[in-house]
Design a protein. Structure first.
Lengths: 345, 356
């Protein structure tokens, strides 16, 4: 793994240098700051294995401090976050914000370097929002409940988490919400009834061929295929929550890993390759090649079948992926020696 | 009996004054009650809508062009047909404008004709260039996954973008701005929109001719769902379902102007659209700047009539005066509607399940 230290370092340098003046990061370099890319950039920069230098002269230390300030300021009175501070309604961005705060609070070196006395209360209020406001409401009408089951083959007794408060649950926000709840105390939280229900939601929404999509494995009698993003996030959650026995005798995990592996192998997207590699490596280092993620992909392209680099991999000059702080942060997590970001402490 | 002239007590109000006061109060109360009861439209808006509808009634008919386009194979042929259609109606000025082409790109399911075909996008890019566009951008915020890159490659659209040297903007992750929701029919006062859309001089909605199991049909107005940023409203844009599909479609149309539609009807989708329906060869392109008229015409090409009960958003947009759906208020240019009319199998009706 030491072979990739330079790649990791230059990815973190990219993040440090691509931070916006307000302290956040965008999905694209110079794009406006949003909470999700800021949370993942923080998770990447938190990497305790490369050492923390808590002094004002250190660029990385300063970047993290500034980003944490942006994050703390953005919390609403109800405990949640919007997509950025100007967004007055709390929504799914609360899940990655809670996740990153918990990692900081659980790793002693990070806590010592970055935490403020009020951070535990900030995180607790956020968890409260997730429990009370982020979860999808129950379906009251029996007729609707039964029709949903008939047309979509899903069990609405299992309630996921929403993108926006009061809406239906979906796989990606459910995965992020479960991670952000469980990561603080996995041994206790996996027995929590809400979390168990969420686990069952993920089991119920898995596609028959393996993997996940937005949350509709069936659409009026037809199978809706899995997608790489939902499959990756659900597998991240699985690493914390689920075991093979959760699916009884089915080989859902293996099918999902195969599906994701196929996505990564055939993709022309840096984001898909990076996110998929991150998820696959949580199960087996040999499943995912960091080399592909770093070097990119060259394929025949267009009617003339010209060879072209479709996924560009890590930029040799900037150290980033797809000129995107978000994708680069995910790549930095995939490059990490340890799983501190999902199994802290 | 001695009577005295006692001074009359001065009444606070005469009977007439009292009656006037009561009447005024009753009218005022009725206005308030009606305003509250008629929300989210509201009484004031209702007057505005009716004023617009009356004006529409006296106005000129909307123009919609229908042209035959037998296949996607030859882009030049598609371009020729598209140019004919564009020039035959009162199309908007393009010269010097920042034009955003918004196709419908949502899923890649083998054997299904889901996305706007790359040949039509290619032809539209070339047409906008011919007409003197200052800048051309292709943009979409796909509904079912966060990253659209592989959809662009699999659909062949990436090749078109690169050959024409045209940038693509992922509207799900663009910078966003808060705009006033001009319609307000969903109860939402403001809307976060991608800057690419907010800053466009001309938005070209480029849907595929398809049925839709929630909305009845997905055409140039429903295609506007794709501009709503996923990072704020989630995937698959569910926030716009729970507050009413029809209300959200018409208020997006009202909020985001000016627009024009180019409908890819060369190969349409019938029955269980927008993903699992059957391909239906229809061999038309439809163009117009009144999206209500364009969509109503497309419905008739599919053999479906937009009514309050089915394909309600078109009826709703007409009722709001955003455009016209009545056949006698639409002037068809190009080939007659009857000559291209098909008999699409309708989508299943799922009215009570729109939160999914």
């Amino acid at each position: 793994m030491g072979n990739y230290d330079k790649n990791l370092q230059s990815a973190l340098d990219f993040l440090t240098l691509s931070q916006n003046p307000d302290g956040g990061w965008g999905y694209h370099r110079d794009g406006m700051s949003y909470l999700e890319p800021t949370a993942f950039a923080l998770l990447a920069l938190f990497n305790p294995n490369i050492g923390i230098k808590p002094n004002a002269g250190d660029l990385r230390y300063n970047a993290v401090q500034k980003a944490l300030g942006w994050l703390r300021q953005g919390q609403h009175a109800d405990g949640g976050w919007g997509v950025f501070p100007a967004d007055e309604f709390s929504n799914w961005m609360t899940y990655p914000a809670t996740w990153v705060l918990t990692v900081m609070l659980k790793i002693p070196e990070l806590y010592a370097a970055y935490a403020k006395p009020e951070d535990a209360a900030v995180r607790n209020r956020a968890q409260q929002w997730i429990v009370e406001r982020g979860r999808e409401p129950a379906i009251e009408s029996d007729a609707v409940f039964n029709q949903v089951r008939r047309l979509f083959n899903i069990d609405s007794n299992f309630r996921g988490w929403s993108w926006g408060s009061g809406e239906a649950g979906w796989v990606i926000p459910t995965s992020l919400a479960l991670i952000s709840l469980v990561i603080s105390d996995p041994a206790t939280m996996v027995e929590n009834e809400l979390v168990k229900n969420g686990k069952n939601y993920l089991k119920d929404r898995a596609c028959p061929v393996g993997g996940w999509n937005v949350g509709n494995p069936w659409m009026i009698g037809k199978q809706l295929p899995p997608t790489p993003d939902a499959t990756s996030f659900a597998l991240l959650a699985w690493r914390l929550l689920l075991t093979a026995s959760d699916f009884g005798t089915t080989d859902q995990l293996q099918k999902s890993l195969n599906v994701l592996s196929d996505f990564v192998t055939n993709s022309n997207s840096d984001q898909t390759i990076v996110l998929g590699t991150l998820a696959l490596r949580l199960f087996d280092d040999s499943l995912a090649s960091l080399d592909t993620m770093i070097s990119g992909v060259t394929r025949e392209f267009g009617p003339e079948k010209i060879k072209k680099k479709t996924a560009k991999g890590q930029d040799g000059v900037t150290g980033g992926w797809a000129n995107s702080p978000y994708t680069t942060a995910l790549a930095a997590l995939a490059l990490s020696d340890t799983r501190y970001y999902i199994q802290p402490g | 009996m001695i009577t005295r002239n006692q001074p009359k007590k001065k009444k606070l109000l005469s009977r007439r004054q009292f009656t006037r006061l009561m009447l005024t109060g009753a009218i005022g109360g009725a206005v308030v009650v009606t305003e509250l009861a008629s929300r989210p439209l509201g009484l004031i808006k209702w007057f505005g809508v009716n004023w617009r509808r009356v004006n529409r009634g006296f106005g000129q008919a909307s123009q919609v062009a229908i042209v035959n386009a037998p296949s996607y194979d030859n882009v030049n042929e598609v371009l020729n047909q598209l140019r004919t259609a564009w020039d035959s109606v009162d199309s908007p000025e393009v010269m010097g404008k920042r034009v955003v082409l918004k196709p419908n790109i949502i899923y890649n399911i083998p054997g299904r004709v889901i996305n706007t075909h790359p040949s039509v996008i290619d032809a539209a890019i070339q047409l906008m260039r011919e007409k003197g566009a200052k800048e051309i951008i292709v943009a979409e915020g796909t509904a079912y996954q966060q990253d659209i890159t592989d959809l662009l490659y699999q659909s062949g659209i990436q090749d078109v973008l690169e050959r024409n040297n045209v940038p693509f903007v992922d509207l799900n992750h663009d910078d966003i701005v808060k705009v006033q929701n001009k319609g307000g029919y969903s109860g939402r006062q403001a809307l976060w929109l991608p800057k690419t859309i907010a800053n466009a001089d001309l938005l070209v909605s480029m849907p595929k001719l398809k049925t839709h199991h929630w909305a009845g049909a997905t055409l140039s107005m429903k295609n506007l769902y794709g501009i709503v940023p996923g990072l704020r409203y989630g995937w698959p844009k569910n926030a716009l379902h729970v507050t009413g599909i029809e209300a959200n479609i018409v208020e997006l149309y009202e909020t985001i102007a000016p627009q024009v539609a180019i409908v890819d009807g060369i190969m349409g989708m019938e029955e269980d659209g927008p993903l699992f329906g059957r391909a239906k060869s229809t061999q038309v392109l439809v163009v117009g700047r009144d999206l209500v008229a364009v969509d109503a015409t497309c419905c008739r090409i599919m053999g479906l009539e937009p009514t309050r009960d089915q394909i309600k958003h078109i009826w709703y947009a007409d009722w709001l005066g955003q455009g016209v759906m009545s056949q006698d208020k639409i002037t068809i240019k190009g080939v007659p509607l009857e000559s291209v009319k098909q008999n699409y199998a309708p989508p299943p009706s799922l009215d009570d399940l729109k939160r999914y």
